[in-house]
Unconditional design. Sequence first.
Length: 155
Amino acid sequence: MAAATAWAENLAKLGLELPGVAAPVAAYIPAVRTGNLVYTSGQLPIVNGQLSMTGKVGAEISTEQAAEGAKLCALNALAAVHDLVGLDNVVRIVKVVGFVASAPGFNDQPLVINGASEFLGEVFGDAGVHARSAVGVNELPKNTPVEVELIAEVR
């Protein structure tokens, strides 16, 4: 049996497995490659085909819960990248964009999206460090509190 790759070992250390690709909820595909970049569609905190949380951050959902949701979104984004090109071909994570369904007055969107950013660093090390945007929005699809997309450079 071949040795596990670093990303797979790091996921295992975190007690996680790469899930199957989450089914699109509208008219799009999970990921697209152009040249040496893979762009993922926005990913929701879906576990076993079900949305794991709903509500607005700062009201029904805490910052910590939403950060866990952002981590799940990033895991689902990695599944989309893996399905398209294989995670062994990832050179680095270039950019993460996170959207946070925010209750009035909530302004800790960066802390929420840290859930995705820190997770990607744990999986890829220095290659997981990326540029980022964390945006507060009024509503997200399916009443999810968080949505994350990413751009990965690949071989």
